[in-house]
Design a protein around this ligand. Structure first.
Ligand SMILES: C[S@@+](CC[C@H](N)C(=O)[O-])C[C@H]1O[C@@H](n2cnc3c(N)ncnc32)[C@H](O)[C@@H]1O
Length: 207
């Protein structure tokens, strides 16, 4: 996207809108694999948004540490409010380009983040994220997939909405599952939600 803080404009109603459109499916897709992360993981969250799940997650996994990166100051502020003063989380205003850490994280979480990029750009984004991961790291992803006509219709409406509300430039869903596999990640498990429109995958780096 051009204006990386474009999600400021939608931050205050983002979760409510998602709930209206998708019911509990978005939340379920985001939380379904969190329990698989090991108890002392060092986790990178990219494009985390409001971080509504953070507090409960850290109650269940008190030994985890999180670097929480988002390009929108408003989203980041909401996430900070959601957890309060918690030394286990470092909040960083930035993008995938702000990750300078090398082989540092046991896991990365990208919920509805990969869909922000064009297919070509996403290849590089995935390669960049992998540099920050330890060998055999976990990658938790939830995102849309496009396998039928109504998926395509909903995606057109959503990309149009985010174009006018946030300035998002990408207009179509990248083949993120294909690119993760091409990037030498293997699927350990996956789950489908909302009429197979949302896919959550638990991936692992193989190198
Ligand atoms: C579609 S929202 C998803 C939010 C959250 N992960 C969720 O599933 O509810 C995308 C989020 O990514 C952030 N974002 C957009 N471009 C980004 C980038 N290049 N790097 C980091 N965050 C970005 C936005 O500010 C927003 O919070």
């Amino acid at each position: 996207m051009d204006r990386t803080n474009g999600f400021d404009a939608v931050a205050w109603y983002y979760d409510r809108l998602a709930r209206i459109v998708f019911g509990k499916s978005i939340c379920r897709s985001q939380t379904c694999f969190l329990g698989t992360l090991s108890a002392t993981s060092n986790i990178l969250v990219l494009g985390g948004g409001t971080g509504w799940w953070l507090k409960e997650f850290l109650q269940k996994k008190p030994g985890c540490r999180i670097l929480y990166v988002d390009a929108s100051p408003a989203m980041l502020n909401l996430a900070k409010k959601a957890v309060g003063d918690d030394k286990r989380i470092t909040f960083r205003l930035g993008t995938e380009n702000s990750i300078m850490e090398v082989h540092e994280f046991d896991a990365v979480i990208t919920f509805f983040f990969l869909d922000l990029f064009s297919h070509e750009k996403l290849r590089d984004v995935i390669a960049g994220i992998k540099i920050a991961l330890k060998p055999n790291a976990r990658w938790l992803v939830s995102d849309f997939i496009n396998t039928t006509w109504w998926h395509a219709c909903m995606l057109s409406v959503m990309y149009f909405f985010f174009r006018i509300s946030t300035g998002l430039r990408n207009k179509s869903l990248p083949d993120w599952t294909g690119l993760l596999l091409a990037g030498n990640l293997r699927v350990l498990e996956h789950k489908m939600f909302f009429g197979n429109f949302i896919k959550s995958g638990l991936y692992q780096t193989t190198e």
